[in-house]
Write a protein of this length. Structure first.
Length: 455
């Protein structure tokens, strides 16, 4: 297939400034339960792709199904790019690479019967439904997908990458007195092994447990508190509030952000290190090459509190005169690659959790994320769960914990960084492409003066 695509692209190489073909062959299975009902079972096989061309700075993207129409589509991409191009094409130079990347496989889900997958998910769904009479409904979403993406471009890159994703999400909704509704969620992701989803009963039940616990919690009293975020929330915070700002397409289009985010600027307390690391083995955001054929890398976005690097595709790197970072990613081959994160995390610090809360008289411990939004430098996150911290100890559970702030102020208000960093799977949305597999990581972090909204 690689040779065939190389042959196909060869006659067109000199007709535009840049040309690439991505073709993806994939097979997937999805199983969904809503409440006690099996909602959907889908099996899919696809052979589809996209062609990107750039001429005089103008981009085109054209999709295709199957190989029969490929040449016609390449012509279409070339003429569209020529139509819109009015400037100069700038792309950071890269070495053309030839490689075939295999997926590491444990128990391959393609070798597990649909009936067996359904039985496993049905069992977990049953556990949630039966957890407590107040559980009103549940959702279970299972999906596995194995794909091979072939990538060739006009500078001679020729890469094939296998990728396996196995994921499952479990949701529980509880209803209490006066119609109060609470939800709990848990999710799993493996890049290699169906067995990662076997024997996870206790963690699945955690979704129902959290929904029930929140029924019993009283709404937090709004105000300004010292807040400790759990690793999941600190990971989500760094991804959503800061990570997206470090995506260079955003910076490039936004003069105010260029000023706020000039490299070398002290942005945070000296102890803070933030990485985006595509090289970690087996995480949702890990990749050997991005969707422009640039090797995945480990980058410090913030090192010792200083803004050191941002995330690029080849074009943004050239425009900002920086190096490409391997962050051009597409949700699949029928979407164009855009600047995205991989595995983004706050590095562990030196404090234990007990040390972090020891001298807090009254504060809030915020756990997991329910939802949130960002608007430029402002963010609002709703924690899935909360607890008061009183006299240095975790006290009663509280609900409706929303955290609001300005990311640049918050980075300076971090007071302590925990020694317990973990990576958790997440799905990122941008430019209509979601959920892109990423992971977010962090330790517990303690932040002062956080505005906490209650009900
Ligand atoms: Zn995101």
């Amino acid at each position: 297939m690689q040779d065939r695509l190389l042959e196909t692209i060869a006659p067109y190489r000199d007709r535009v400034d840049y040309l690439e073909i991505r073709l993806e062959q994939s097979e997937s299975t999805a199983i969904t339960f809503r409440g006690p009902q099996l909602d959907a079972v889908d099996r899919g096989f696809t052979l589809a792709g996209g062609i990107r061309a750039c001429h005089n700075g103008g981009w085109s993207f054209v999709t295709f199904n199957g190989l029969a129409e490929l040449k016609e589509r390449i012509e279409e991409a070339i003429s569209q790019a020529k139509l819109v191009g009015k400037e100069t094409t700038v792309l950071a130079p890269i070495e053309p690479i030839k490689d075939y990347v295999t997926a590491e496989l444990g128990l391959d889900p393609r070798g597990v019967s649909l009936a067996e997958k359904r039985r496993l998910m049905e069992g977990y769904n049953q556990l949630l439904l039966e957890f407590d009479p107040r559980i009103q409904t549940t959702s279970v979403n299972y999906r596995d997908r194995f794909g091979i993406t072939y990538f060739v471009n006009s500078i001679g890159t020729c890469i094939a990458q296998e990728r396996l994703d196995i994921q499952a999400g479990f949701g529980a909704i509880a209803r209490g007195e006066g119609g109060l509704v609470r939800q709990g969620y848990e999710s799993f992701h493996s890049r290699s092994d169906y067995n990662a989803l076997v024997g996870i009963e206790a963690r699945v039940q955690g979704a129902a447990q959290r929904a029930i616990r929140q029924l019993e919690a009283k709404s937090v009293k709004g105000g300004q508190y010292t807040v400790v975020l759990d690793p999941y929330l600190s990971g989500v915070f760094i991804h959503e509030a800061f990570g997206h700002l470090s995506e260079a397409d955003f910076v490039y289009e936004n003069p105010r952000m260029q000023e706020l985010l000039s490299l070398g600027k002290p942005l945070a307390i000296e102890q803070l290190n933030v990485v985006d690391d595509a090289t970690l083995p087996g995480l949702p955001g890990s990749l050997k090459y991005d969707d422009e054929g640039v090797p995945g890398q480990r980058k410090y976005l913030i090192e010792k509190g200083i803004l050191t690097q941002r995330l690029h595709n080849r074009e943004t790197a050239a425009k900002l005169q920086e190096k490409p970072t391997g962050n051009a990613r597409a949700i699949n081959a029928t979407h164009p690659p855009i600047v995205r994160m991989t595995n983004t995390a706050i590095e562990a610090g030196e404090h234990s959790f007990d040390e972090m809360i020891a001298d807090i008289q009254e504060g809030v411990y915020a756990v997991r994320m329910l939802g949130g939004q960002t608007n430029g430098e402002m963010f609002t996150f709703a924690a899935a769960e909360g607890y008061m911290i009183r006299n240095g100890k975790i006290a009663e559970p509280v609900s409706d914990v929303t955290l609001t702030g300005n990311v640049f102020q918050t980075l300076k208000d971090i007071e302590a960084i925990g020694n317990d960093s973990v990576y958790l799977n997440g799905g990122c949305g941008k430019g209509g492409q979601m959920p892109l597999p990423v992971s977010v990581g962090g330790p517990h972090i303690r932040i002062k003066n956080v505005v906490v909204g209650g009900r």
